[in-house]
Design a protein around this ligand. Structure first.
Ligand code: SAM
Ligand code: 2KA
Ligand code: SF4
Ligand code: MG
Length: 193
């Protein structure tokens, strides 16, 4: 759908330079999705894998973030190989609804109530990033925290339109449950993509 060199705004790598490849197509349907224009894969042009990898490399970035849309709808073996062959790290942002393919240096798993994840993601996630839209989402988040590896980093991120309401609850929750950390979408404050 689009590609751009920016600063990773969320989670463990927040603040790091990263080149984003946003793949079109998603069948999860989150009501609060901040990139609904990505859902229809046919609305976006096809781009050759080698071309994508060369744009990543030319930017000078140390990290490529594959996002979408929902990138696990596709076989990502060729894309991740092409990127890694240039010496750039491969990171993914995913809801984990289909089995993950490809070679990854970092997997950010962000589960959704609108479609269950495929259980194979639990052993692959380096980062669990749960979006908090209402109060009941804290106990829902704990259900996933008990399924991922003990090394997996745990983040609570407010849904953007509910940030004013949910951020105070997230702050209290993290103080009481310090295995979790707060993640904010800092790119939205910086007015960058
Ligand atoms: C647009 S999604 C694309 C990747 C994948 N489909 C997923 O949901 O993980 C990228 C990240 O943005 C988060 N996100 C999407 N809409 C959001 C919103 N309104 N507020 C906060 N985070 C949001 C998702 O949970 C995910 O972690
Ligand atoms: N700067 C920036 N950081 C991000 N982290 C995850 C994003 C995503 O949409 O996957 C995202 C994004 O869209 N922009
Ligand atoms: S899974 Fe990701 S891209 Fe798909 S609707 Fe949800 S937030 Fe948007
Ligand atoms: Mg985004």
């Amino acid at each position: 759908m689009e590609d751009f060199y920016t600063i990773q705004g969320e989670g463990y790598y927040q603040g790091s330079a990263a080149y984003f490849l946003r793949l079109g197509g998603c069948d999860v349907g989150c009501v609060w999705c901040d990139v609904k224009e990505s859902w229809d894969a046919l609305a976006h042009p096809l781009v050759n894998v080698k071309e994508m990898a060369s744009r990543v490399k030319a930017s000078g970035t140390p990290i490529a973030v594959i996002t979408g849309g929902e990138p696990v709808m596709y076989d990502l073996t060729a894309l991740t190989k092409a990127i890694k062959d240039t010496g750039v790290r491969t990171h993914i942002e995913t809801s984990g609804v289909y089995p993950l393919t490809g070679t990854w240096d970092w997997v950010c798993f962000s589960p959704k109530k609108f479609k269950n994840p495929d259980p194979t993601i639990f052993d692959k996630a380096d980062e669990l990033k749960v979006i908090i839209y209402n109060k009941s989402d804290f106990s829902w988040a704990e259900g996933f925290a008990s399924k991922v590896r003990s090394s997996c980093q745990l983040y609570l991120q407010p849904e953007w339109s509910k940030e004013k309401e949910m951020l105070p609850l997230i702050i209290d929750y993290v103080k009481a449950h310090p295995q979790w950390q707060v993640s904010l979408q800092v790119h939205k404050y910086m007015n960058i993509p």
